[in-house]
Design a protein around this ligand. Structure first.
Ligand SMILES: NC(=O)c1ccc[n+]([C@@H]2O[C@H](COP(=O)([O-])OP(=O)(O)OC[C@H]3O[C@@H](n4cnc5c(N)ncnc54)[C@H](O)[C@@H]3O)[C@@H](O)[C@H]2O)c1
Length: 324
């Protein structure tokens, strides 16, 4: 199986690349390094530095490598950026995806596995409820709208061009190597700030000072497992939720991380960010079981950030926590 991973220099794509290379697969990565890093690309995978918005570049990569399957992770992945720059979000997430699907259909790619968002596509989930795959999408941000448009194009290309696909709707993904300097990834932001003693900010669910928004947190290892199963053609469903099905407030999360880091950061409270949902929890799909508990996953993540932090404090005195 030859696999092209778009966004393979990013947080999730890099973990998928690791696993595929370890299995001995031929892996190429299409990434413009806008938020990704060379360090996330495992030795053994080829990085092609191309922007999804460049149709000729995307066509060249697919024609040269002739992948059997494409794992499409590249995206403008921040809700906050999508609110500020909806056109940029649409160019990358809609036009970029369209560029990719056109060349996949023209180059006999068997299947596209698409990283969609369970965390944003269903809109607000009322107290006590969980969003099942059959629920009607209700985007409340440009990011959710662009992911929904990309999902629709996948179905159109299947009908018109016979291009098969699996849509994986991720909940809030966390784990080692997530970028704490980005706009997404509250676990990475909090873990890193707790370890350096910087204050951490709880954005409100409704009113400043409340427990913050409710999210369904899923460890990156479970997301990688779902991607591998989908790439191998082991998932028959076209749309799958990848989440733990458990709602956790930002304040609860901060407290678990404070215990795990023994951090003494001050908690500050701020209003809700535009585009953020109050509550988002998924009904997990049986095709994508989540095996890593939040407690265990957070401890593993903190251990990595602790090592990473020690390396920043005393460069060269120990081996880098990055896997390469
Ligand atoms: N992290 C989450 O909680 C989460 C939740 C739901 C869905 N997702 C989706 O999962 C995917 C991966 O997210 P992530 O958290 O690893 O984010 P990330 O920002 O770490 O990875 C995205 C990658 O895409 C690349 N990229 C961005 N624009 C590009 C372009 N125009 N051309 C080529 N490459 C481009 C970036 O350089 C980066 O390497 C995204 O599609 C995101 O929308 C993530």
């Amino acid at each position: 199986m030859r696999v092209l991973i778009t966004g393979g220099a990013g947080f999730i794509g890099g973990h998928i690349a690791d696993r595929l290379v370890a299995e001995g697969r031929a892996v190429e990565i299409l990434d413009d390094l806008s938020t990704g890093k060379r360090g996330n690309v495992p030795p053994g995978a080829v990085l092609r530095e191309i922007d999804l918005r460049d149709p000729a570049g995307v066509a060249r990569v697919v024609a040269d490598f002739a992948p059997d399957v494409v794992c499409h992770q590249a995206a403008q992945a921040s809700v906050a950026v999508s609110v500020r720059e909806p056109a940029l979000d649409a160019e990358v997430n809609i036009i970029g995806t369209l560029n990719l699907l056109r060349v996949c259909a023209a180059n006999a790619v068997k299947r596209v596995v698409f990283a969609s968002t369970g965390g944003a596509i269903y809109g607000e989930i009322p107290e006590g409820g969980r969003a099942a795959v059959g629920a009607l999408p209700a985007p409340a941000s440009p990011y959710a709208a662009s992911k929904m448009a990309a999902e629709s194009y996948l179905e159109v290309f299947r009908q018109q061009r016979g291009l098969d696909y699996t849509i994986l709707r991720y909940a809030n993904v966390y784990g080692l190597r997530q970028d704490p300097h980005g706009e997404a990834g509250v676990v990475a932001v909090f873990a890193s700030r707790l370890l350096s003693g910087a204050p951490i900010q709880i954005n409100a669910r409704r009113d400043v000072g409340d427990e913050g928004c409710i999210r369904d947190y899923v460890h990156v290892d479970d997301v990688v497992a779902a991607n591998l199963a989908a790439l191998r053609g082991e998932i028959a469903a076209r749309v799958v939720n990848v989440g733990a099905g458990v709602g956790t407030s930002t304040l609860e999360l901060a407290k678990i991380l404070a215990r795990a880091t023994a951090g003494r950061s001050q908690f500050t409270f701020a209003p809700r960010r535009p585009g953020d949902l109050e509550r988002s929890v998924l009904e997990p799909s049986p095709e994508a079981p989540c095996d890593v508990s939040l407690e265990d996953g957070l401890h593993r993540t903190v251990a990595w950030f602790r090592e990473s932090h020690a390396e920043i404090q005393a460069p060269g005195t120990r081996s880098t926590p990055s896997h390469r």
